[in-house]
Design a binder for this molecule. Structure first.
Ligand SMILES: C[S@@+](CC[C@H](N)C(=O)[O-])C[C@H]1O[C@@H](n2cnc3c(N)ncnc32)[C@H](O)[C@@H]1O
Length: 289
Protein backbone atom coordinates (compact mmCIF):
# COMPACT_ATOMS: atom_id res chain seq x y z
CA UNK A 1 0.00 0.00 0.00
CA UNK A 2 2.80 2.42 0.86
CA UNK A 3 3.63 2.92 -2.81
CA UNK A 4 0.42 4.95 -3.34
CA UNK A 5 1.90 7.67 -1.14
CA UNK A 6 4.59 8.25 -3.79
CA UNK A 7 2.16 8.29 -6.69
CA UNK A 8 -0.37 11.05 -5.93
CA UNK A 9 1.53 13.63 -8.05
CA UNK A 10 1.48 11.18 -11.01
CA UNK A 11 -2.27 10.67 -10.61
CA UNK A 12 -2.84 14.42 -10.46
CA UNK A 13 -0.66 15.01 -13.56
CA UNK A 14 -2.78 12.74 -15.71
CA UNK A 15 -6.26 13.16 -14.19
CA UNK A 16 -7.72 15.80 -16.51
CA UNK A 17 -6.33 14.23 -19.65
CA UNK A 18 -7.70 10.78 -18.74
CA UNK A 19 -11.12 12.01 -17.58
CA UNK A 20 -12.99 11.51 -20.91
CA UNK A 21 -11.77 7.89 -21.22
CA UNK A 22 -12.54 7.30 -17.53
CA UNK A 23 -16.12 8.45 -18.00
CA UNK A 24 -16.65 5.94 -20.79
CA UNK A 25 -15.85 3.00 -18.54
CA UNK A 26 -17.38 4.52 -15.38
CA UNK A 27 -20.87 4.27 -16.88
CA UNK A 28 -20.79 0.48 -16.33
CA UNK A 29 -20.06 0.99 -12.63
CA UNK A 30 -22.70 3.70 -12.25
CA UNK A 31 -25.32 1.60 -14.06
CA UNK A 32 -24.75 -1.24 -11.57
CA UNK A 33 -25.68 1.11 -8.72
CA UNK A 34 -29.12 1.80 -10.24
CA UNK A 35 -29.25 5.28 -8.71
CA UNK A 36 -32.68 6.10 -10.22
CA UNK A 37 -34.20 3.12 -8.32
CA UNK A 38 -32.45 4.14 -5.11
CA UNK A 39 -33.74 7.71 -5.56
CA UNK A 40 -37.28 6.41 -5.90
CA UNK A 41 -36.93 4.51 -2.63
CA UNK A 42 -35.37 7.55 -0.94
CA UNK A 43 -38.40 9.65 -2.01
CA UNK A 44 -37.79 13.27 -0.89
CA UNK A 45 -34.44 12.56 0.76
CA UNK A 46 -31.23 13.34 -1.18
CA UNK A 47 -29.08 10.28 -1.93
CA UNK A 48 -25.94 9.89 0.11
CA UNK A 49 -23.21 8.31 -1.94
CA UNK A 50 -19.72 7.18 -0.94
CA UNK A 51 -16.85 6.62 -3.37
CA UNK A 52 -13.99 4.55 -1.91
CA UNK A 53 -10.31 4.72 -2.92
CA UNK A 54 -11.19 7.68 -5.14
CA UNK A 55 -7.61 8.54 -6.03
CA UNK A 56 -7.93 12.05 -7.45
CA UNK A 57 -11.58 11.76 -8.45
CA UNK A 58 -12.83 8.77 -10.47
CA UNK A 59 -15.69 7.98 -10.52
CA UNK A 60 -16.70 10.40 -7.73
CA UNK A 61 -16.74 13.47 -9.97
CA UNK A 62 -19.01 11.96 -12.61
CA UNK A 63 -21.44 10.73 -9.96
CA UNK A 64 -21.47 14.14 -8.25
CA UNK A 65 -22.34 15.81 -11.57
CA UNK A 66 -25.09 13.24 -12.09
CA UNK A 67 -26.56 13.94 -8.62
CA UNK A 68 -26.29 17.72 -8.90
CA UNK A 69 -30.00 18.09 -9.61
CA UNK A 70 -29.63 19.23 -13.24
CA UNK A 71 -32.85 18.75 -15.17
CA UNK A 72 -31.10 17.49 -18.33
CA UNK A 73 -29.33 14.56 -16.67
CA UNK A 74 -29.48 11.04 -18.15
CA UNK A 75 -30.16 9.34 -14.85
CA UNK A 76 -33.27 11.33 -13.92
CA UNK A 77 -36.32 9.61 -12.44
CA UNK A 78 -39.18 10.69 -14.70
CA UNK A 79 -39.16 14.50 -14.56
CA UNK A 80 -37.37 14.56 -11.22
CA UNK A 81 -33.64 15.33 -11.39
CA UNK A 82 -31.42 13.04 -9.34
CA UNK A 83 -30.14 14.78 -6.23
CA UNK A 84 -27.50 13.70 -3.79
CA UNK A 85 -24.19 14.26 -2.09
CA UNK A 86 -20.99 12.36 -2.82
CA UNK A 87 -18.29 11.70 -0.26
CA UNK A 88 -15.05 11.00 -2.12
CA UNK A 89 -12.44 9.22 -0.01
CA UNK A 90 -8.95 7.79 -0.13
CA UNK A 91 -6.43 6.57 2.42
CA UNK A 92 -3.57 8.69 1.01
CA UNK A 93 -3.57 12.36 2.09
CA UNK A 94 -1.86 13.46 -1.17
CA UNK A 95 -4.68 11.87 -3.22
CA UNK A 96 -7.30 13.60 -1.02
CA UNK A 97 -5.55 16.96 -1.48
CA UNK A 98 -5.51 16.47 -5.28
CA UNK A 99 -9.18 15.48 -5.19
CA UNK A 100 -10.14 18.56 -3.18
CA UNK A 101 -8.15 20.82 -5.52
CA UNK A 102 -9.85 19.41 -8.63
CA UNK A 103 -13.33 19.51 -7.03
CA UNK A 104 -12.76 23.16 -6.04
CA UNK A 105 -11.59 24.06 -9.56
CA UNK A 106 -14.77 22.57 -11.03
CA UNK A 107 -16.99 24.07 -8.32
CA UNK A 108 -18.62 20.74 -7.42
CA UNK A 109 -20.84 21.83 -4.53
CA UNK A 110 -22.28 18.38 -3.78
CA UNK A 111 -18.93 16.62 -3.27
CA UNK A 112 -16.88 16.51 -0.10
CA UNK A 113 -13.57 14.80 0.55
CA UNK A 114 -12.89 12.58 3.57
CA UNK A 115 -9.56 10.82 4.15
CA UNK A 116 -10.61 7.24 4.94
CA UNK A 117 -9.22 3.73 5.08
CA UNK A 118 -11.89 1.57 3.45
CA UNK A 119 -11.06 -1.19 5.93
CA UNK A 120 -12.17 1.06 8.81
CA UNK A 121 -14.71 3.54 7.54
CA UNK A 122 -15.40 6.62 9.67
CA UNK A 123 -19.18 6.44 9.07
CA UNK A 124 -22.02 5.06 11.15
CA UNK A 125 -23.97 1.93 10.25
CA UNK A 126 -26.78 2.30 7.70
CA UNK A 127 -25.81 5.85 6.76
CA UNK A 128 -25.08 5.56 2.99
CA UNK A 129 -27.36 4.75 0.02
CA UNK A 130 -24.74 3.67 -2.50
CA UNK A 131 -21.03 2.88 -2.64
CA UNK A 132 -18.76 2.93 -5.67
CA UNK A 133 -15.13 1.87 -5.87
CA UNK A 134 -13.09 1.85 -9.06
CA UNK A 135 -9.94 -0.27 -9.05
CA UNK A 136 -9.44 0.12 -5.30
CA UNK A 137 -10.58 -2.80 -3.14
CA UNK A 138 -7.84 -5.18 -4.39
CA UNK A 139 -5.18 -2.89 -2.90
CA UNK A 140 -6.43 -3.22 0.69
CA UNK A 141 -4.40 -5.34 3.06
CA UNK A 142 -7.65 -7.13 3.95
CA UNK A 143 -10.06 -6.65 1.01
CA UNK A 144 -12.76 -8.83 2.65
CA UNK A 145 -12.78 -6.53 5.66
CA UNK A 146 -13.26 -3.60 3.26
CA UNK A 147 -16.24 -5.38 1.66
CA UNK A 148 -17.77 -6.00 5.11
CA UNK A 149 -17.20 -2.35 6.04
CA UNK A 150 -19.03 -1.28 2.88
CA UNK A 151 -21.91 -3.53 3.83
CA UNK A 152 -21.96 -2.14 7.39
CA UNK A 153 -22.30 1.53 6.36
CA UNK A 154 -24.95 0.90 3.67
CA UNK A 155 -28.65 1.33 4.44
CA UNK A 156 -30.84 -1.71 3.92
CA UNK A 157 -31.60 -1.86 0.18
CA UNK A 158 -28.46 0.16 -0.61
CA UNK A 159 -26.12 -0.94 -3.37
CA UNK A 160 -22.35 -1.23 -3.77
CA UNK A 161 -20.40 -1.65 -7.02
CA UNK A 162 -16.69 -2.42 -7.42
CA UNK A 163 -14.68 -2.16 -10.63
CA UNK A 164 -11.99 -4.84 -10.69
CA UNK A 165 -9.27 -5.91 -13.07
CA UNK A 166 -9.90 -9.17 -14.93
CA UNK A 167 -6.91 -11.56 -15.25
CA UNK A 168 -3.58 -10.10 -16.36
CA UNK A 169 -3.57 -12.45 -19.38
CA UNK A 170 -6.66 -10.58 -20.68
CA UNK A 171 -4.95 -7.20 -20.25
CA UNK A 172 -2.10 -6.97 -22.80
CA UNK A 173 -1.06 -3.52 -21.56
CA UNK A 174 -0.36 -4.88 -18.06
CA UNK A 175 1.37 -8.00 -19.44
CA UNK A 176 3.68 -5.78 -21.50
CA UNK A 177 4.29 -3.34 -18.63
CA UNK A 178 5.12 -6.10 -16.16
CA UNK A 179 7.52 -7.87 -18.54
CA UNK A 180 9.24 -4.71 -19.82
CA UNK A 181 9.72 -3.06 -16.43
CA UNK A 182 10.87 -6.30 -14.80
CA UNK A 183 13.41 -6.67 -17.60
CA UNK A 184 14.70 -3.10 -17.69
CA UNK A 185 14.18 -1.71 -14.18
CA UNK A 186 14.05 -5.01 -12.30
CA UNK A 187 10.62 -4.17 -10.87
CA UNK A 188 7.20 -5.53 -11.86
CA UNK A 189 3.82 -5.67 -10.12
CA UNK A 190 4.95 -8.33 -7.65
CA UNK A 191 7.95 -6.21 -6.53
CA UNK A 192 5.87 -3.08 -5.94
CA UNK A 193 3.34 -5.02 -3.81
CA UNK A 194 0.52 -3.99 -6.16
CA UNK A 195 -1.88 -6.92 -6.44
CA UNK A 196 -4.02 -5.69 -9.30
CA UNK A 197 -5.60 -9.07 -9.98
CA UNK A 198 -6.79 -10.24 -6.57
CA UNK A 199 -10.46 -10.21 -7.74
CA UNK A 200 -9.79 -11.41 -11.29
CA UNK A 201 -11.55 -14.75 -10.76
CA UNK A 202 -15.23 -13.95 -11.37
CA UNK A 203 -16.74 -16.77 -9.26
CA UNK A 204 -14.34 -16.08 -6.40
CA UNK A 205 -15.15 -12.35 -6.51
CA UNK A 206 -18.91 -13.05 -6.30
CA UNK A 207 -18.39 -15.46 -3.39
CA UNK A 208 -16.38 -12.83 -1.48
CA UNK A 209 -19.16 -10.28 -2.02
CA UNK A 210 -21.80 -12.72 -0.70
CA UNK A 211 -19.57 -13.62 2.27
CA UNK A 212 -19.43 -9.91 3.13
CA UNK A 213 -23.24 -9.93 3.51
CA UNK A 214 -24.45 -8.76 0.08
CA UNK A 215 -27.42 -10.27 -1.76
CA UNK A 216 -28.37 -10.00 -5.47
CA UNK A 217 -24.67 -10.27 -6.29
CA UNK A 218 -23.83 -9.97 -9.95
CA UNK A 219 -20.71 -9.54 -12.07
CA UNK A 220 -20.43 -8.18 -15.59
CA UNK A 221 -17.31 -8.42 -17.73
CA UNK A 222 -16.19 -5.68 -20.11
CA UNK A 223 -13.48 -5.62 -22.74
CA UNK A 224 -13.32 -2.26 -24.54
CA UNK A 225 -10.44 -1.45 -26.90
CA UNK A 226 -9.57 2.13 -27.73
CA UNK A 227 -8.38 3.25 -31.18
CA UNK A 228 -5.11 5.06 -30.65
CA UNK A 229 -2.69 6.25 -33.36
CA UNK A 230 0.34 3.94 -33.38
CA UNK A 231 2.72 6.86 -32.80
CA UNK A 232 1.18 7.57 -29.37
CA UNK A 233 2.99 6.15 -26.34
CA UNK A 234 -0.43 5.51 -24.79
CA UNK A 235 1.02 3.33 -21.99
CA UNK A 236 2.69 6.31 -20.33
CA UNK A 237 -0.20 7.45 -18.08
CA UNK A 238 -0.89 3.96 -16.63
CA UNK A 239 2.82 3.26 -16.31
CA UNK A 240 3.57 6.49 -14.47
CA UNK A 241 0.49 6.13 -12.24
CA UNK A 242 1.67 2.67 -11.14
CA UNK A 243 5.46 2.95 -11.35
CA UNK A 244 6.09 6.74 -11.33
CA UNK A 245 8.42 6.62 -8.33
CA UNK A 246 10.62 4.03 -10.09
CA UNK A 247 10.55 5.83 -13.44
CA UNK A 248 11.65 9.10 -11.82
CA UNK A 249 14.87 7.36 -10.77
CA UNK A 250 15.48 5.89 -14.24
CA UNK A 251 17.90 7.48 -16.74
CA UNK A 252 16.64 9.07 -19.97
CA UNK A 253 18.23 6.22 -21.85
CA UNK A 254 16.42 3.58 -19.74
CA UNK A 255 13.13 5.43 -20.30
CA UNK A 256 13.76 5.44 -24.04
CA UNK A 257 14.48 1.72 -23.95
CA UNK A 258 11.26 1.13 -22.00
CA UNK A 259 9.19 2.99 -24.61
CA UNK A 260 10.83 1.06 -27.44
CA UNK A 261 10.20 -2.27 -25.70
CA UNK A 262 6.57 -1.35 -24.92
CA UNK A 263 5.98 -0.51 -28.58
CA UNK A 264 7.43 -3.87 -29.65
CA UNK A 265 5.43 -5.80 -27.04
CA UNK A 266 2.18 -4.14 -28.13
CA UNK A 267 2.93 -4.08 -31.88
CA UNK A 268 0.75 -7.22 -32.49
CA UNK A 269 -2.25 -5.07 -31.50
CA UNK A 270 -1.67 -2.49 -34.24
CA UNK A 271 -4.29 -2.58 -36.93
CA UNK A 272 -4.23 -0.22 -39.90
CA UNK A 273 -2.05 2.37 -38.11
CA UNK A 274 -3.93 2.22 -34.79
CA UNK A 275 -3.34 0.41 -31.49
CA UNK A 276 -6.42 -1.66 -30.60
CA UNK A 277 -5.40 -2.94 -27.15
CA UNK A 278 -8.29 -4.40 -25.12
CA UNK A 279 -8.60 -3.68 -21.41
CA UNK A 280 -10.58 -6.24 -19.51
CA UNK A 281 -12.38 -5.54 -16.24
CA UNK A 282 -15.31 -6.69 -14.12
CA UNK A 283 -18.06 -4.77 -12.37
CA UNK A 284 -19.11 -6.61 -9.21
CA UNK A 285 -22.23 -5.36 -7.47
CA UNK A 286 -24.59 -6.31 -4.70
CA UNK A 287 -27.38 -5.11 -2.47
CA UNK A 288 -27.52 -4.89 1.30
CA UNK A 289 -30.50 -7.02 2.38
C1 LIG B 1 -5.73 2.35 -8.78
S1 LIG B 1 -6.03 3.68 -7.70
C2 LIG B 1 -7.72 4.04 -8.13
C3 LIG B 1 -8.10 5.47 -7.96
C4 LIG B 1 -9.44 5.87 -8.56
N1 LIG B 1 -10.55 5.13 -7.98
C5 LIG B 1 -9.44 5.72 -10.05
O1 LIG B 1 -9.93 4.70 -10.55
O2 LIG B 1 -8.93 6.61 -10.75
C6 LIG B 1 -6.14 2.90 -6.14
C7 LIG B 1 -6.41 3.86 -4.99
O3 LIG B 1 -6.67 3.06 -3.83
C8 LIG B 1 -6.23 3.78 -2.71
N2 LIG B 1 -6.17 2.86 -1.56
C9 LIG B 1 -5.33 1.80 -1.37
N3 LIG B 1 -5.62 1.18 -0.20
C10 LIG B 1 -6.67 1.86 0.35
C11 LIG B 1 -7.43 1.69 1.55
N4 LIG B 1 -7.17 0.71 2.43
N5 LIG B 1 -8.43 2.57 1.81
C12 LIG B 1 -8.71 3.57 0.93
N6 LIG B 1 -8.02 3.79 -0.21
C13 LIG B 1 -7.02 2.92 -0.51
C14 LIG B 1 -4.89 4.33 -3.16
O4 LIG B 1 -4.42 5.39 -2.38
C15 LIG B 1 -5.22 4.75 -4.61
O5 LIG B 1 -5.61 6.10 -4.68
Amino acid sequence: MTSWHHLSSDWLNWADQLAPAAQKINRHLIKALDLPALAQTAKDRELSMLDLASGVGEPAFGIARMLAGDADNDGNVGDAPLRGHVIASDIVPGMCAGLAERAGAEGLANLSVVAADMEKLPFGPSSIDAISCRFGVMFCSDPDLALRESNRVLRSGGRAAFMLWAPMADNPLFCAMDAVLSNILGTGFADTGLDLFGFADADGACARMRDAGFSNVSLSNHKPAGRIPERAAFWKPQMEMLFGHHLRDASDSARGTIDGAMFEALRPHIDDGYFRVPMCFHVLSGRKP
